[in-house]
Write a protein that binds this ligand. Structure first.
Ligand SMILES: [Zn+2]
Length: 240
């Protein structure tokens, strides 16, 4: 890995395109993994939540089950972020709530104006996640899928938190602030993080100087959709 590569955050798709329901997978996991071994995303039809650790892609389905995806040629993502892991170990972090954790991380990053990856392995007094159920065409809007998501809450879990910080300025392309996914060590809990309690663990961060935004050039629904409206309010509603 070159020095340049470890400062590059790669994104396939744009968050704004999910708002009106552009959920079709437009890039294979095989291609996505060429751009990083670590990341988060979702599958075709918003079929669960993805967490990618050391090149292994785990899908947390709405059933709550965690699947390791073996056939990366067949599985496609409408939206995902990956990067080549080259984390800096920051040290032990303790926080009572997800907001407190976010504040600690931001202080340690020393800026709100760069994209960054965050990974923390540790113990969690409480973890609440969600996983969206696979949607089928004609797709609903992103906010409508909230009615079709499973929410999981577990106390005293050991696992890995992985995600990205995106500056507010780029809302529409990426989830503003932190977008975190979780996978328990036992692989019996995971998903998109809604709430955390009593976090204690080893924090690692990676700042990016470069962002590669890769958009689907062959998907006619994406090409024809009107994305010029005010999508930001809907993103805020759907992502929190
Ligand atoms: Zn997510």
């Amino acid at each position: 890995m070159t020095e340049k590569e470890d400062q590059l955050l790669y994104q396939h798709g744009t968050l704004g395109a999910l708002v009106p329901g552009l959920f079709a997978g437009t890039q294979t996991l095989t291609e996505l993994l060429q751009h990083g071994d670590t990341g988060i995303g979702t599958l075709d039809g918003l079929d669960g939540e993805l967490i990618i650790l050391a090149g292994q892609v785990y899908q947390v389905a709405a059933s709550g089950q965690v699947h390791l995806i073996a056939d990366t040629d067949a599985a496609k993502v409408p939206f995902a972020n990956v990067h080549h892991a080259a984390f800096e170990t920051v040290g032990q972090v303790v926080a009572d709530t997800q907001d407190a954790f976010a504040n600690v991380v931001l202080k340690l990053l020393g800026t709100r104006n760069l994209f960054a990856a965050v990974r923390l392995h540790g113990t969690f007094g409480q973890v609440t996640t969600r996983a969206v159920a696979k949607q089928v065409p004609p797709y609903p809007t992103l906010t409508e899928t909230a009615a079709d998501q499973a929410v999981f809450t577990r106390k005293n879990v050991t696992g890995t938190l992985l995600g990205y910080y995106s500056p507010q300025l780029y809302a529409g392309m990426a989830t503003p602030s932190f977008h975190l996914h979780f996978l328990s060590d036992a692989h019996d809990l995971g998903g998109h993080v809604l709430a955390l309690g009593q976090i204690a663990g080893a924090l690692e961060t990676q700042l990016f100087s470069d962002l590669q935004l890769h958009l689907p050039t062959e998907n006619s629904a994406f090409l024809q959709e009107d994305l010029d409206g005010d999508l930001l309010g809907e993103i805020a509603q759907a992502e929190h």
